[in-house]
Design a protein around this ligand. Structure first.
Ligand code: GDP
Ligand code: IMO
Ligand code: MG
Length: 437
């Protein structure tokens, strides 16, 4: 029988989902994106030495680098066609066949020029900044919920598209001009651009639900690729410092158009420490600017620079209380701990095990940002290791203290560790229990 996997970020994004999806894809015949948009940035490192190649993906599923694997963009994704076409072109320039392998759902809401202008205009006005990626993600999801989105499907009927566009842009241009004091977006220009996009996107359109259903019936393994992280989830994250989609595992079903029984195994990708890009509370945060501190090491050795916006990612110790919430809301089957190698050489490693909130001790991340803001972290400290763990492929070869660190995380999170990543390349991976077996 086919086995389908969901790969989900358990922290605030950038846990290394792309690397693990690419690594797992040798066991899958289809990879599916089901939420988010080109706010995601997934880096894949393939090969060794001088033939090593780095790929950066935003919208195209991380299965695209492996030949013969189909890639799907489900209805839960908000789609900037211009960006998608650019990404396809870049992949093709690298000799990767995309056309016959990429399928886009006609149900995806479109990200149009006014969404980007609204996102950036609002962010500029906000005092407590969310630090969005400025790609129009939030406004595009707002339109979806408000039932006024133009969807990929609408591109196929130019007259209807024009009518809807005029109506929706009239509304948004009013806000842009009179509230945000910005220039309006030209409706005719947007229409012409969209019609150009329509021609180019047509060959990729497919009923993604049906294709996945059929693949499943043929016993093909599928991999559902999460973007962002559970703590950025619109409902379960540190609201309002979140993204505008559900990023939890349950969304894989709704955002791809499959039933929940098709999701057999949930792999939670978890950095051996924590990072966050943009605003919002971060209880275990460290100073990343002072040289020779653990935070500085995470930032520099971990190369913690945002893929999409090039901002420095904030860094901090592993937060087990935050992970506990992620485990709870995602039904995690197993954990994959990534970037263990980044902690090599740190003498004492901190782990946040809970917080003091309004005079009470708790061991589970609370829901709202204001509560999280008031949380004083409670840390334990474990011994680090001097040896390099970079590229190690077996648990037995890890230094004893690194093994102990992993055991401690496993115990605190109450989820078994099935995979450990010790480097950015595919093979720099320790398998304790293969998720597809
Ligand atoms: P994603 O958004 O979850 O796919 O993660 P990103 O790609 O944005 O960020 C993870 C970064 O860490 C990428 O540059 C990866 O190449 C890199 N990476 C992934 N796993 C490891 C690892 O185990 N060790 C090291 N040193 N780097 C890793
Ligand atoms: P991947 O898939 C890290 C963050 C932004 C901002 C907030 C809202 O690479 O893990 P948005 O543009 O989505 O409205 O911004 O969410 N954010 C991410 N942070 N990794 C991501 O994706 C992110 N996608 C959005 O920095 O704080
Ligand atoms: Mg990323």
């Amino acid at each position: 029988m086919a086995k389908n996997l969901v790969v989900i970020g358990t922290q605030w994004g950038d846990e290394g989902k792309g690397k693990i999806v690419d690594w797992l894809t040798d066991h899958a015949e289809g990879v599916v994106r089901f939420q988010g948009g080109h706010n995601a940035g997934h880096t894949l490192v393939i090969g060794q030495g001088s033939s090593q190649k780095e790929y950066k993906l935003n919208l195209v599923p991380s299965g695209i680098i492996r030949k013969n694997v189909d890639c799907f963009i489900g209805n839960g994704v908000v789609l900037d066609i211009e960006h998608l076409l650019h990404e396809i072109k870049t992949l093709e320039a690298d000799g990767i066949e995309v056309k016959s392998r990429l399928f886009v759902s006609p149900g995806c809401p479109l990200i149009l020029k006014h969404h980007v202008a609204l996102d950036q205009g609002r962010e500029a006005m906000r005092e407590a900044k969310i630090g969005t990626t400025g790609k129009g993600i939030g406004p595009a999801y707002e339109d979806k919920v408000a039932r006024r989105s133009l969807r990929v499907y609408d591109l196929l009927n130019p007259d209807n598209f024009k009518n809807k566009l005029v109506e929706v842009m009239d509304y948004h241009n009013f806000v842009l001009q009179h509230y945000l004091k910005k220039d309006p977006i030209d409706v005719n220009q947007q229409f012409d651009l969209s019609m150009t996009h329509a021609e180019k996107i047509k060959p990729y359109l497919a009923d993604v639900s049906q294709k996945l259903y059929e693949a499943n019936a043929k016993n093909k393994n599928l991999l559902f690729e999460g973007a962002q992280g559970s703590l950025l989830d619109i409902d379960h994250g540190t609201y309002p410092y979140v993204t505008s989609s559900n990023c939890v595992s349950g969304q894989a079903a709704a955002g791809a158009g499959v039933g929940p029984h098709m999701l057999h195994y949930i792999l939670g990708i978890t950095k051996a420490y924590t990072t966050r890009v943009g605003g919002g509370p971060f209880p275990s945060e460290l100073d990343i600017e002072t040289q020779e501190t653990p935070g500085y090491q995470m930032s520099t050795k971990g190369k913690e620079i945002g893929t999409v916006t090039k901002r420095k990612r904030r860094c901090g110790w592993f937060d087990a209380a935050a992970l506990k919430r992620s485990a709870m809301i995602n039904s995690l089957t197993g954990l994959c701990i990534t970037k263990l190698d980044v902690l090599d050489g740190i003498k004492k490693i901190g782990i946040c095990v809970g917080y003091e909130l309004d005079g009470k001790k708790i061991d589970l991340l609370p829901l709202g940002a204001d509560q999280v803001e008031r949380c004083k972290p409670i840390f334990i400290e474990v011994d680090g290791w001097d040896e390099s763990t970079f590229g190690i492929k077996s648990m037995d070869d890890l230094p004893k203290n690194a093994q102990l660190y992993l055991k401690t995380l496993e115990k605190l999170c109450e989820v078994p560790i099935h995979v450990v990543s010790t480097g950015p390349e595919r093979d720099e991976t320790i398998v304790l229990k293969h998720p597809f077996e």
